[in-house]
Write a protein that binds this ligand. Structure first.
Ligand SMILES: Cc1cc2nc3c(=O)[nH]c(=O)nc-3n(C[C@H](O)[C@H](O)[C@H](O)COP(=O)(O)OP(=O)(O)OC[C@H]3O[C@@H](n4cnc5c(N)ncnc54)[C@H](O)[C@@H]3O)c2cc1C
Length: 414
């Protein structure tokens, strides 16, 4: 930590569950946090997938340090073995935490961080770099301003930057032109999306649990609207068995979803298109035609792209960050989470050592720290911020010191 600015706050970008947790740990260590949240409420990304039932139970989804703070105000802790929806996590944990009298004064809603730099230093300039504060350009209700901070914790998530449908990692030809018929992420098919999907032919693209959630809800809708057609496109050559979790899986909701999709496949309720590499999407008679090599899929009315997410790195362009070129996660974390190496593996212990960058006192945490890797769990993120704040407080980052390692968790999610 540099010397001249110890009275400056520590900036936290994003008031999702992990950003809020960072604030709790910072306060406990005597720091003043300043939280910036682009949305109009804490947990704005959670609200976007609030209808989805989580597959980790409450006990995994809350930070013990935050729970201790909440309990001081008479908070009723939900049963640890029950599985909340995203909305329940938001309403019963994130919102009370953000409104807590110790957190609320530090929270700036409707305030987006546009970029982060070092005072009088662009990314090229080395001299005295570690001796000067960070400068965050933020835009809020009163326009743009610059805020100085002694350290920066980026917990800004990935939900707002989904992957493309295009097989090359860039939009498929025609994908942007078809945007009004494509939804990225996990839409609320049985809620506000009902009218959009009823009696339509819908293609879901993606091989993970987000796709499973969408398929499950589309089939529930198809039970009521008989003209519906549900198509599923995956890259894999074979989707004969989608039940990947062990019978004694700790995350039972995950297995339940896999078993449900397997049943639907066996009943022939879902039309599967495997080895799908989407190169082009075009419109014929107001419907979308997806092209994969020489194949053309049947025309559909809508596409749901459950193809994962990627981090928005543009706001860190003036900082010296070290990312793995494939996963886009911090270089030392990458080998532990790379899906090319761990198709369905565990997430080994990690903390501030793996999360550090050449830029001193900067950390990317939460789901953004996993870059494009799909296996992040809240439980890991809570341990990450505990470790990072300990490192700030002790100024100790060395391979020998790992003040608080994140848990090893077995997980496979897309
Ligand atoms: C459908 C779905 C189901 C999931 N299920 C589980 C599960 O069962 N168990 C589990 O452990 N995990 C699950 N996850 C993964 C993960 O735990 C969640 O994505 C979680 O919300 C990540 O928390 P976070 O705080 O890192 O990021 P987010 O919750 O995404 O929070 C980031 C915040 O930063 C804000 N923000 C973004 N950019 C800026 C900016 N430039 N300036 C200011 N603010 C900004 C956003 O508005 C948002 O509020 C799931 C994820 C999804 C998408």
């Amino acid at each position: 930590m540099f010397k001249e600015s110890t009275n400056l706050p520590v900036a936290v970008i994003g008031a999702g569950p992990i950003g809020l947790s960072a604030a709790v740990h910072l306060l406990a260590q005597g720091y003043t946090p300043i939280l910036f949240e682009a949305g109009d409420k804490a947990g704005s990304n959670l609200a976007r997938w609030g209808h989805v039932r989580m597959f980790s139970p409450w006990a995994y989804n809350v930070d013990p340090a935050a729970v201790a703070l909440l309990k001081q105000k008479g908070w009723n802790e939900p049963a640890g073995n029950e599985f909340p929806t995203g909305k329940e996590l938001l309403e019963q944990y994130v919102t009370p935490l953000a409104s807590h009298c110790k957190i609320a004064p530090h929270l700036n809603l409707n305030t987006q961080v546009k970029s982060v730099s070092r005072l009088n230093h662009d990314v090229l300039r080395t001299d005295g770099r570690d001796e000067v504060p960070f400068v965050l350009r933020v835009t809020g209700p009163n326009g743009d301003r610059d805020v100085k901070a002694q350290a920066v914790i980026d917990a800004s998530g990935t939900y707002q930057t989904p992957n493309w449908l295009g097989t090359h990692g860039i939009p498929a030809l025609g994908e942007n032109a078809a945007a009004d018929s494509i939804t990225y992420g996990v839409p609320n098919i049985l809620g506000y999306g009902r009218k959009q999907y009823a009696n339509q032919s819908v293609l879901v693209v993606g091989g993970g649990h987000s796709a499973f959630n969408a398929l499950q809800d589309l089939i529930l809708l198809a039970d009521q609207y008989k003209d519906m057609r549900v198509l599923w496109g995956v890259r894999n050559a074979c989707v004969a068995n989608v039940v990947r979790s062990p019978a004694n899986d700790e995350l039972q909701e995950r297995r339940r979803l896999e078993v449900r999709i397997q049943d639907l496949l066996e009943q022939g309720r879902i039309e599967v298109f495997s080895e799908l590499e989407i190169e082009e999407i075009n419109r014929e008679n107001n419907r979308l035609i997806v092209h994969s090599g020489s194949r053309k899929l049947p025309p559909v009315d809508r596409i749901i792209a459950a193809t994962g997410f990627r981090p928005n790195l543009s706001l860190l362009a003036e900082l010296r960050i070290s990312l793995d070129p494939a996963t886009q996660s911090p270089t030392r974390l990458a080998p532990l989470i790379d899906p090319n190496l761990h198709s369905c593996g565990s997430v080994p212990e990690h903390g501030c050592v793996e999360l550090s960058h050449p830029e001193q006192d900067l950390y990317i945490v939460g789901i953004k720290s996993y870059g494009r890797a799909p296996t992040f769990l809240l439980k890991t993120g809570y341990k990450q911020v505990q470790s990072v704040v300990n490192a700030l407080a002790t100024s100790e980052i060395s391979a020998d010191i790992n003040p608080c390692a994140a848990p090893a968790i077995s997980l496979c999610r897309g």
